[in-house]
Structure formats: structure tokens, C-alpha cells
Design a protein around this ligand. Structure first.
Ligand SMILES: [Zn+2]
Length: 329
């Protein structure tokens, strides 16, 4: 695996960011320039075969969009959600794709497309995208954390993505924060994403409303507690609602606990924060950084910067493209 991607400037990769709701395919070069793209819905409730057909259909559309430059495509990068092994190309399980169990995704797509395919976890791909083209350019030790319905991550040490012994590394959202906390989709309890994600924020709001809390959240959700989302709580926060303030504060607190763990274990120079919940901005993140500062080693906390992700929607696809270009050599 070479670190350079631009040696033969003409090489292109096709890449997919397979999400629980959307499939984004791009054709891109090693400098992060996107030549063409295709975006379509993920048939997540259908069989793995149907989802894979949508992936190859999206790839073919992006490749067709590249026109005569398609002849320069040498490999395919595949960013997929859930637990997967980049060495074997198998997706073991995926909370966003509940029917998926040990799907040999890499080999199926390689056979369909007639090209070498490189598999990578979606959050790891986004970390690579930020490393090469976004907020983490020029850093050696950084952690990417995406906070949305769940919490995902990617760990870069010494300028390289750390994928672990069997490809599971970087699942920061499943570090245990509360040993007797709520059950998680992974089978454990009290994972970080059960304490500090957008899903957790909405769940706590609905619980407090069902217990009779007096809050503007109910009014914003038009009286229907089942419609309460993290966005509803955020709007109530902006109106000065006391319960929303308490719940956002609780989310910040647990985010800070997790950041402190990451800072003490990895001593990174940078933590890049992406994901929809992070769009709440300082009202959520500033108290989280302060909590991390109270808990982490002072030497480690002084050394770390926090930055918002720069690529967002394209980070996974661009990272998967880089992953393919680097691995294809
Ligand atoms: Zn978990």
C-alpha cells in the first residue's frame, strides 16, 4: 500500500458510499476531484441481493456518467455500514441493513463489475476522506467521530487508517459508557451511541414526556410524542425550554465522557466531528469539549484540537475512492 495516490495522475476509481437510506456512487481521482456521481435510495427493507443490485446499478450509472474517462477507472472502493472485514471483503452484520449476515459483498460486486473491489467500513471511509481532502489534511494522529442516529468513527495513527485485527477497529460508538445503560443494536448495553446519539436524545425526550413532563417539545411535535426527534428537542432548546436544555446537556455530558476516553487512549492531535446531530453546533459541542477537558489527562487535552468535518455528504465516497486507489497500487 503506497501513501501516494497521484503517481499516475490519470487513474480513477469508482466508489460507493452505501448507507441505510441512500447510495452515493462517484467516479473520482486521487486528488478528490469528482468526475461523475449517482445518488439513489437504498432498498434497505429488501433482500441483500436487491441492495447489491442497487449498488451495482448506481456504480454503472456513475461510470457511464464519466464518459470516455471511464476507461481510466482501475478499481472500485466500497464503503459499507456495519461490521466488515476489509481483508476478506465480508460484511458480518449491519444495524442499518438488518437482513445482512455474513455477506461476501466485495467478491459479489467484483464479479458483477469485472474489476477489483476494496471494501471498507463507511465511517472509516469518511475518516479517510477527511484525512486526504477535508478537516484532517496534514495530520498524523486523528479520530473521526460522526454523531447522528448512531455514533461511528475512524482512527488514523501515524497517517494510516487503523482497521484492527479483524476489521472492527474504530467502532467508537460501541464503547461502553454506562455498564447498565439501555440495550444497543450490537447486543451490548450502555454503548456511547445509546447515551449520546440523536436517537438517544429523542428516546430520552419521549420517555420524559410519557412521564408527564411539561415541555415545549410536545407542542413542536404537534402533541404527538412519537414524532419527537433530536431536531424537535433542538428547536425547543432554542426557545429556552427547560427540559430540552436538560436533555441536550445530558447528551453533551456523555459526548464529553466518550471524547475523554478517546483522548486518553489515543492522544490524538485532532478529533473531527461530523454527522447530523453535530449540526446543533456549540450548544451541544462546547459543553462536551469542557467535560472532556475535566476528565482527560491535561497533557493530552492540551494537545488535541476539535474541528467540524468539511466534506460531510461526500466524505464516505471520496474516502472509499482513496482506499481503492491506494490498495490497487
Ligand atoms: Zn453497541
Amino acid at each position: 500500500m503506497g501513501q501516494r495516490t497521484g503517481g499516475k495522475a490519470a487513474r480513477l476509481a469508482a466508489a460507493v458510499d452505501l448507507g441505510g437510506s441512500k447510495i452515493l456512487s462517484v467516479v473520482a481521482d486521487g486528488h478528490g476531484k469528482i468526475v461523475s456521481r449517482d445518488l439513489r435510495a437504498t432498498p434497505a427493507d429488501k433482500s441483500p441481493q436487491a441492495v447489491i443490485r442497487a449498488v451495482t446499478g448506481s456504480l454503472r450509472a456513475a461510470i457511464a456518467g464519466a464518459g470516455e474517462r471511464a476507461s481510466r477507472i482501475t478499481s472500485i472502493g466500497l464503503g459499507a455500514p456495519g461490521i466488515s472485514n476489509p481483508e476478506t471483503g465480508v460484511v458480518f452484520t449491519s444495524p442499518n441493513l438488518p437482513q445482512w449476515k455474513e455477506v461476501p459483498l466485495r467478491d459479489i460486486v467484483a464479479r458483477e463489475m469485472g474489476m477489483p473491489v476494496w471494501l471498507i467500513n463507511d465511517a472509516n471511509a469518511a475518516a479517510l476522506g477527511e484525512l486526504y481532502f477535508g478537516a484532517a489534511r496534514g495530520t498524523r494522529n486523528f479520530i473521526y467521530v460522526t454523531i447522528s442516529t448512531g455514533i461511528g468513527g475512524g482512527i488514523v495513527t501515524g497517517g494510516r487508517l487503523y482497521t484492527g485485527t479483524s476489521g472492527v477497529a474504530g467502532e467508537v460508538g460501541h464503547m461502553t459508557i454506562a455498564d447498565d445503560g439501555p440495550e444497543c443494536t450490537c447486543g451490548n448495553r450502555g454503548c456511547w451511541e445509546q447515551m449520546a446519539s440523536g436517537t438517544a436524545l429523542a428516546r430520552e425526550a419521549r420517555k420524559r414526556i410519557s412521564e408527564g413532563a411539561d415541555t415545549a417539545i410536545v407542542e413542536i411535535a404537534r402533541g404527538d410524542a412519537t414524532r419527537v426527534t433530536a431536531e424537535t428537542v433542538s428547536q425547543a432548546f432554542d426557545r429556552g425550554d427547560a427540559l430540552a436544555g436538560e436533555l441536550v446537556g445530558r447528551t453533551s455530558y456523555y459526548l464529553g465522557v466518550g471524547f475523554a476516553n478517546l483522548i486518553n487512549i489515543f492522544n490524538p492531535e485532532l478529533i473531527v466531528i461530523g454527522g447530523g446531530l453535530a449540526n446543533m453546533g456549540d450548544k451541544l459541542l462546547a459543553p462536551a469539549y469542557r467535560e472532556a477537558g475535566r476528565r482527560a489527562f491535561k497533557e493530552a487535552f492540551r494537545a488535541v484540537r476539535f474541528a467540524r468535518a468539511q466534506l460531510e455528504a461526500d466524505s464516505g465516497a471520496l474516502g472509499a475512492a482513496v482506499w481503492a486507489l491506494r490498495n490497487a497500487g
